[in-house]
Write a protein that binds this ligand. Structure first.
Ligand code: SAM
Length: 347
């Protein structure tokens, strides 16, 4: 029965709410393997056995927000705060460029220091030094005018997970001053402005259910982001969610395969969180339909300070070593690192 739904999703790229509930409810390993196989075949037809590499630069862990799940939330007094200087960020790009990266992902907390002026100046410098590289931003909620300015400065892509499409759950994961409606407004603005836009969610976040997950899938089907970030929730010891269990790896892998079948062209990373819950996580992600990995380009000195959750993988290897390890992992499963921008394109 679930196999029929998986085939239907592959063929029509859409399911009804009841069908999503049926598909996402208790599934067997065999059904998950079946979805992974279909998704992997589709990914291979679409992208070959090539994995896009993006270098992520975690440039600030200051954050004005207080998301209950996040290790760099404002009220975590144990977080040691840092922000990289423009020169330090450019140095990360220089090193990354030398290693073959052609996309730089600038990710950070919502840090008021990074005004439009500062961020736009930074983007322009990166684009002038590396005109053939793409710049992806992941700096949270801003005004439409701000997004427009960032886009005009040359930023190409923007990652902003919707976190959950369910209003009640959104309220349980976030402080009162954050709203799902503003998150959705941001996502709509980003897409309209012309960014290749990424949405997504944590799997197994506290209070999430099959129902809320079905709503996420329906939102993604409707919004059609160019990128989707899906990784397991992992608790952080200094957050209110410290005692909740990690989101399941099996459910994460199943959802990744279903996202691929629903959005065949989407850029779909095998996330660091997936690599954290299982040492082979990123390989399994690729075998389940992912086509992107995002190794860390941040200086080693700050790696252990950008901890969204406990046990994050990769904090001890420098950029070259991290890339080498991931490259080897990809090779082991018959995939190769693709050096290029790897933009979204529709077939
Ligand atoms: N501030 C930006 C934003 O809100 O999009 C970017 C940084 S934010 C820390 C990046 C993502 O980390 C979030 O969208 C969230 O899904 C993920 N994240 C935060 N805490 C996490 C946790 N405990 N487990 C897994 N993922 C987490």
């Amino acid at each position: 029965m679930k196999k029929d739904l998986i085939l239907k999703l592959e063929e029509t790229h859409t399911l009804s709410h009841t069908e999503w509930l049926e598909l996402l409810g208790d599934f067997t390993d065999e059904e998950r393997d079946f979805a992974a196989e279909r998704a992997r075949e589709l990914t291979e037809r679409r992208f070959g056995r090539r994995i896009y590499f993006r270098g992520i630069i975690e440039f600030t862990n200051y954050c004005r927000n207080d998301c209950l799940y996040c290790g760099i939330r404002r009220s975590n007094g144990n977080a040691v705060r840092y922000r990289l200087t423009e020169e330090e960020i450019l140095e990360c790009c220089r090193e990354g460029y030398g290693l073959g990266y052609r996309t730089f992902v600038l990710q950070g907390g919502e840090d008021a220091y990074f005004t439009d002026e500062r961020l736009c100046g930074l983007i322009k410098r990166i684009k002038s030094d590396y005109p053939e590289c793409a710049v992806t931003l992941s700096v949270g909620e801003r005004s439409r005018e701000s997004y427009e300015a960032l886009y005009k400065s040359g930023a190409d892509r923007y990652l902003l997970r919707h976190e959950t499409a369910n209003c009640l759950l959104y309220g349980k994961l976030h402080p009162a001053e954050l709203s799902l409606s503003n998150r959705m407004r941001c996502l709509r603005d980003l897409k309209e402005i012309g960014f290749q836009t990424g949405a997504g969610m944590m799997i197994g976040a506290p209070f999430s259910t099959t129902e809320t997950l079905a709503e996420d899938m329906e939102f993604l089907a409707d919004f059609k982001p160019q990128m989707v970030g899906v990784g397991p929730f992992i608790p952080h010891k200094d957050t209110p969610f410290r005692d909740y269990p990690s989101g399941g790896e099996k459910l994460t892998l199943f959802v990744l395969s279903l996202v691929r079948l629903m959005l065949p062209d989407v850029l779909l990373p095998a996330t660091t969180a997936l690599g954290t819950v299982d040492g082979r996580g990123r390989q399994l992600g690729v075998l389940a339909g992912c086509n992107v990995v995002m190794p860390n380009l941040s200086p080693l000195s700050v790696r252990k300070k950008y901890l969204l959750y406990d046990g994050k993988t990769g904090v001890d290897s420098d950029a070259a070593e991290g890339l080498r390890i991931l490259g080897k992992q990809m090779e082991e499963i018959g995939y190769e690192v693709f050096v290029g921008r790897g933009d979204f394109s529709e077939k």
